[in-house]
Design a protein around this ligand. Structure first.
Ligand SMILES: C[S@@+](CC[C@H](N)C(=O)[O-])C[C@H]1O[C@@H](n2cnc3c(N)ncnc32)[C@H](O)[C@@H]1O
Length: 265
């Protein structure tokens, strides 16, 4: 069976939401450094602006500024809790249905979140929600993982961090397509990606190794996160379906496709 509207939410529950709940503190430890082009986008905010970070993770894009109102939301309770211990205003929700009034957010970011939604309709719904909450003239920046991890002959940071690729950038570590994982409850088979290798498939499971050895004396536990990696035009084509949305910029940044759009009316 393939991924469809019926099994997509169950797939996301098991292989996105449950995984983030389990890896939250380890994930947070590894996510400290903000990406420069996201920071540049957020620097457009002026005194009194309202910023919303959809799928904010550990709130790494929040700053100490007191005259800009920063809000975040995430499906993961554990990650939202980590944000709250840092005194950030973060609430739990699904990006498919933002509990936010229309027309009230000046700047919205959603970084590395939409690639966890399992169908094109769900990805479009999330983008439409972001557009709905923006003020007229408000802008959003969305990043998603790109299927293309090599561009203009340079490797993305993701591939560069592979020991094999560091040694020889000509012969890239190829993704493995033969190891499939069967998700019992929804009867879907998805390939398990080899970390730091090229993507062969568009829908896949990416392992996250949680080292619990010290805690429990067990082997490291591996969690499988579902990803849809985007091809070059996909994100732009989705945004073009939103009637009151104008694309301001579309670019590739370190293995991600990135879009800035503005709400028109
Ligand atoms: C790769 S992390 C990115 C976190 C953060 N944006 C960053 O750049 O560090 C993906 C985040 O999206 C959240 N997420 C995944 N699916 C979501 C959904 N349907 N609704 C809201 N948040 C979601 C996860 O809980 C996780 O915090």
């Amino acid at each position: 069976m393939s991924i469809n509207e019926q099994n997509a939410s169950e797939l996301e529950l098991q292989h996105v939401h449950n995984v983030y709940e389990n890896i939250a503190s380890h994930f947070s430890e590894t996510r400290q450094k903000p990406w420069p082009n996201v920071v540049k986008f957020l620097s457009k905010a002026v005194i009194g602006s309202i910023i919303l970070d959809v799928g904010c993770g550990n709130a790494k894009y929040f700053t100490d500024t007191f005259n800009i109102f920063q809000l975040g939301c995430d499906r993961s309770r554990q990650l939202a809790e980590i944000c709250r211990t840092r005194n950030h205003q973060v609430f739990n929700c699904d990006c498919l249905q933002l509990p936010v009034r229309s027309n009230c957010i000046d700047f919205c970011i959603s970084i590395a979140v939409l690639h966890h939604l399992a169908t094109p309709d769900r990805r479009l719904k999330a983008l439409t929600e972001i557009c709905r909450v923006l003020t007229v003239g408000g802008q959003a920046l969305v990043y998603v993982w790109a299927k293309e991890q090599k561009r203009n002959s340079s490797l993305s940071t993701y591939l560069k961090q592979s020991k094999t690729n560091k040694i020889n950038t000509e012969t890239l570590n190829e993704g493995q397509s033969n190891k499939n994982y069967h998700i019992n409850q929804i009867k879907v088979d998805l390939p398990v990606h080899t970390n730091r290798s090229n993507f062969i498939h568009n829908d896949l499971l990416v392992p996250w190794k949680l080292n619990q050895k010290k805690l429990e004396g067990n082997d490291p536990k591996t969690h499988l996160r579902y990803y849809h990696v985007f091809e070059e035009t996909e994100l732009r084509l989705l945004c073009e379906q939103i009637p009151n949305c104008k694309i301001v910029d579309y670019y590739y940044d370190q293995g991600n496709w990135c879009i800035i759009f503005e709400k028109l009316i």
